[in-house]
Design a protein around this ligand. Structure first.
Ligand code: NDP
Length: 444
């Protein structure tokens, strides 16, 4: 049996009931097959793949907190410190009822390659909890965040592990967590990114993932003879990534006609009104029905449906496994030319393969949404030098990073005979740097 297959079987055996983690490992290992086979003897001797798929450290802890009725609640929490070969662990904290160890491991594993692709010195990690901030009062969210950080603070630090936001962890949650870290540790250091501007945050971090997604998508289109200007775009999600993807797409001359949330979606043929979307989602924290109620050109639909709308470019920006094979078929049938993942692993493997087989340009999340973590690393740099850069400085660095990422994965795909396969290109380019660092550092 080949080394890749052996290691994949081992992952399934040793990590039962973690389907998302298996899916992420399979997708990465499959596309690394040619690289691994070329170095199989050395990698096998060093157990490089076994070490790569096994987190350096996994923390599981309980988070007790008191709700507004005086009732004690208990949540499960996780921090997976996956790989520190190229820098301190870096990756977000997800707060969502669906969070479990397998989800955090899939995200942490993906993060290793994403962080490597940015070209910046950051290792891979991820964390979170099954706590749901939705419907909770600010006091309850603070109580949870303080209890969560009381435990997490023992294991993180500006030079060891630097968490950030993710689904459910926005500016409010990062603020409460940062305050508690500072109180416990008594140090003012850049231990979290995504901080507010008044206490060490970076300009353009809020916009970075969505903007970066568009910078990479525009470059991918350009290198394949298309222009983002004038294209019709469908977006799923209406959170941080979706909102700023929408904003940048419009700035680049595209028209975004959909957004969604976990209960429904909006079709707005005149183009999404970003100011209204921000008001509904960032200020009122309301459902998309409020967007549709305030805008006569918008239709609201319950359930899923954005991938059935005719478009040139599709940007899944909500969550994992939200673009399925039938959705991919609908996109192809409607003439879609490019899909770029704003979310992590939103497209299933069958859907990805179908899109690629039908000539759709496909940019995987670990490349396309790397702008968030890249700008988090820029926030770390600013914290270390106790300086703040201007919006334009950060945004222009972000743009360069995203363009470089695209060319790195394009070149890696070409070098290994898979021209145009950006999934393989991203995995190979991300892997080679980490593998080299792991090899150089010996058996640790
Ligand atoms: P937010 O919490 O701001 O927004 C998430 C959006 O997705 C909301 O519209 C939410 O709807 C929707 N959503 C979440 N879960 C589900 C679900 N199970 N089914 C349908 N819709 C769902 O998160 P972000 O925008 O920050 O993150 C979105 C994705 O991008 C995630 O995959 C995240 O890991 C990834 N990402 C984020 C980065 C960042 O910098 N923020 C960086 C890189 C990747 P509702 O409001 O109804 O829950």
């Amino acid at each position: 049996m080949s080394y890749v297959d052996e290691v994949f079987d081992l992952v399934v055996e040793k990590n039962p009931a973690q389907p998302e983690f298996h899916q992420a490992v399979k997708e990465v290992l499959e596309s690394l097959r040619v690289v691994i086979e070329a170095n199989e003897e050395a990698y096998r001797r060093d157990a490089l793949l076994e070490r790569l798929v096994t987190p350096e450290r996994q923390l599981l802890f309980r988070v007790p907190w008191v709700d507004d009725k005086g009732q004690v609640q208990v949540n499960n929490a996780f921090r997976v410190q996956f790989n520190s070969a190229i820098g301190p662990y870096k990756g977000g904290l997800r707060l969502h009822p669906s969070v479990n160890l397998g989800i955090i491991k899939f995200l942490g594993f993906e993060q290793i390659f994403k962080n490597s692709l940015t070209g910046l010195p950051i290792g891979g990690g991820k964390g979170g909890s099954d706590f749901d901030p939705k419907g909770k009062s600010d006091r309850e969210v603070m109580a949870f965040c303080q209890s969560f950080m009381t435990e997490l603070s023992k294991y993180i630090g500006a030079d060891t592990d630097v968490p950030a936001g993710d689904i459910g962890t926005g500016a409010r949650e990062i603020g409460y967590m940062y305050g508690q870290y500072k109180r416990i540790k008594g140090v003012y250091e850049g231990v979290l990114t995504g901080k507010g501007l008044s206490y060490g945050g970076s300009l353009a971090r809020t916009e970075a993932t969505g903007y970066g997604l568009l910078y990479l998508t525009a470059e991918m289109l350009k290198c394949n003879g298309h222009d983002i200007n004038g294209k019709t775009v469908v977006i799923s999600g209406s959170g941080n990534v979706a909102i700023y993807a929408c904003q940048k797409a419009q700035q680049l001359g595209a028209k975004v006609v959909t957004v969604s949330d976990s209960t429904g979606w909006v079709y707005d043929p005149e183009g999404i009104d970003v100011a209204l979307l921000k008001e509904v989602k960032e200020v009122k924290r309301a459902r998309l029905t409020e967007y549709a109620a305030a805008r006569s050109s918008a239709e609201y639909h319950e359930g899923r449906g954005v991938w059935g709308i005719k478009c040139d470019v599709a940007l899944p920006c909500a969550t994992q496994n939200e673009l399925l094979l039938d959705d991919a078929k609908a996109l192809v049938a409607n003439g879609c030319i490019a899909v770029a993942e704003g979310a992590n692993m939103p497209t299933t493997m069958e859907a990805t393969e179908y899109l690629q087989a039908n000539g759709v340009l496909f940019a995987p999340g670990k490349a396309a949404n790397a702008g968030g973590v890249a700008t988090s690393a820029l926030e770390m740099s600013q914290n270390s030098e106790r300086l703040s850069w201007t919006f334009e400085e950060v945004d222009s660095k972000l743009q360069n990073i995203m363009v470089n990422i695209f060319h790195n994965l394009d070149n890696a795909a070409k070098k290994y005979g898979m021209e145009g396969n950006y999934v393989a290109g991203a995995n190979i380019a991300g892997f080679l740097k980490v593998a080299e660092a792991m090899t150089a550092q010996g058996i640790v």
